[in-house]
Design a binder for this molecule. Structure first.
Ligand SMILES: [Zn+2]
Length: 271
């Protein structure tokens, strides 16, 4: 599943090809995504694209006629290709540009979405209005997390994965960041000290930045017809390593389910 770093790299890959261009037409081959593609997207014909923004795992295409909202779901991919290039299975949607190129959305599992909003979706769309801060902005700090966690019995791992608290900390990143910070994933969020959140927050940021930097090497793939901008291989200390030795202390790593998500930790290194 694409996580925040993959979505950010998708934005970096497509934005230079879209910004400043005009939309000629919109092609909907199959509306049946997670939510049906609304007729309103057709209003974007003739619009000028000003900017491509990312908010959580949504991409927002700003135009002078409204906002296109894209989500990659489980298996969505975006490419910029000539508008007349061969259409393959699951190419559900094209945003055709006046320069002959198009932004093409392919999604075999159809959990992604293509939506329209007249106003900026950050203030007007129900999917986006209640999202917490972006993890890579100055709004996401240890004191913010510590204040937000006051009195919460919820496990700290579930807490940092809650999009209302902070967006884009997926399961792999939550497992890895808690290991590096030495925090037990089941510890109540309200019983993690400010000092420990001060250790955790930069680790979350560094982990996401490293993944985005790694994905930067795949940017040209967005304009290749067979390009498959992939999921970034990363060095993992705990995720997927339940039952194996901790890389720090050699203790056998424990794997549990927490909020239905695989959770791996070292009972010696994480308290
Ligand atoms: Zn250990």
């Amino acid at each position: 599943m694409p996580e925040l770093p993959e979505v950010e790299v998708s934005r970096l890959g497509i934005a230079p090809h879209l910004e400043g261009e005009q939309i000629a037409t919109v092609v909907v081959r199959d509306r049946r995504l997670r939510w049906p593609i609304p007729d309103a997207v057709e209003q974007l014909a003739g619009a000028r694209i000003n900017e491509v923004e990312r908010r959580a795992k949504y991409l927002i295409v700003h135009t002078d006629k409204g906002y296109l909202i894209l989500h990659l779901g489980m298996s969505g991919k975006l490419r910029v290709v000539p508008a007349d290039s061969l259409v393959v299975k699951h190419d559900h949607f094209d945003l055709v540009l006046s320069n002959g190129q198009c932004l093409r959305f392919n999604d075999p599992r159809r959990f992604g979405c293509v939506l329209f909003s007249r106003e900026h979706p950050g203030i007007a769309h129900p999917l986006l209005v209640e999202l917490g801060p972006e993890p890579l902005t100055e709004a996401f700090t240890a004191s913010y997390l510590h204040t937000k966690a006051q009195g919460k019995q919820q496990a700290v791992k579930t807490f940092i994965m809650d999009n209302h608290v902070v967006v884009g900390v997926g399961n792999i990143y939550a497992n890895e960041a808690l290991f590096k910070a030495g925090i037990h994933p089941k510890r109540a969020a309200g019983r993690v000290s400010l000092a420990r959140y001060q250790r955790l927050v930069p680790i979350i940021k560094e982990t996401l930045i490293a993944a985005i930097a790694q994905g930067g090497t795949t940017l040209q793939d967005f304009t290749q017809a067979d390009g498959q901008p992939g999921y970034f291989k990363q060095h993992l200390n705990v995720y997927g390593r339940g039952g194996k030795q901790c890389m720090v202390c050699k203790t056998e790593l424990t794997e549990i389910r927490l909020g239905q998500r695989s959770t791996v930790y070292c009972k010696n290194c994480q308290r």
